[in-house]
Design a protein around this ligand. Sequence first.
Ligand SMILES: [Zn+2]
Length: 264
Amino acid sequence: MNGLFNPKLANKLEQKTQPKLISEGKCDKCGRDYEEYQFKSGYSYRLGCDCKMIEQGKEMTKNFKQRQNQKEINKILSFSSENEETKNASFETYIPENENQAKAKVICERYASSFNQDNKQSLLLQGSFGLGKSHLAMSVLKEVKDKNYSVLFINLTELISKFRSTFDKDSQFTESELEKAIGQVDLMVFDDFGMNVTDYGMSKLFQIAESRVGKHNIITTNLSLKELTKTKDQQRLFSRLMSNTTGITLEGDDHRMKGFRNLT
Ligand SMILES: [Zn+2]
């Protein structure tokens, strides 16, 4: 006696789980005849040809590898540069205040939605404080991360100090581990890029730039291109980092200052 058994329900469950024949045909890839069945859940499979399953297997392996990659990066570099502006940043919460900002948002959204490994592109977001450069960069990063790519958002000053910290006796990671992690990130955001760095910082920047050539990079900065490329070294550094780059200059009033002004 099993009081829990309900034949009516069992029958219903069976109907629900029976896959339905939805199509028949010849596979383009292997040339075999197949029948395609679909479950109520939407999941479908082919009987007679394994091409689809092999494809799905490959996709799963790729996703797994990407997640592993992100785990390794997180071990060394967590999202420590997140601040109040970027913590809750998303495209939904970026409200353009003029046409220029609306355009910038569209470009960033397009960049995020078309992100893939075959077409390496970079973005340079310029403009003065409080126009939402970091907000937009973080929105891109979150969307790209949702696609299982490995990502890193870091403030430039902080990145250099991370390098410096590898000299500490009890540092959790070595300089070369840090370098390796940076080199293998699918999308790297250098937030608040400036040129106010020491010789040590500059030499590290060259190393970092070298490891990011031909990869996806986003740079946010409140400096103009002229200010970023004052010296020969800076010009060289910048041209290494910024190949295949779309430049966006944000215009408008500093929205972080608005509340401030109202108080006076
Ligand atoms: Zn096939």
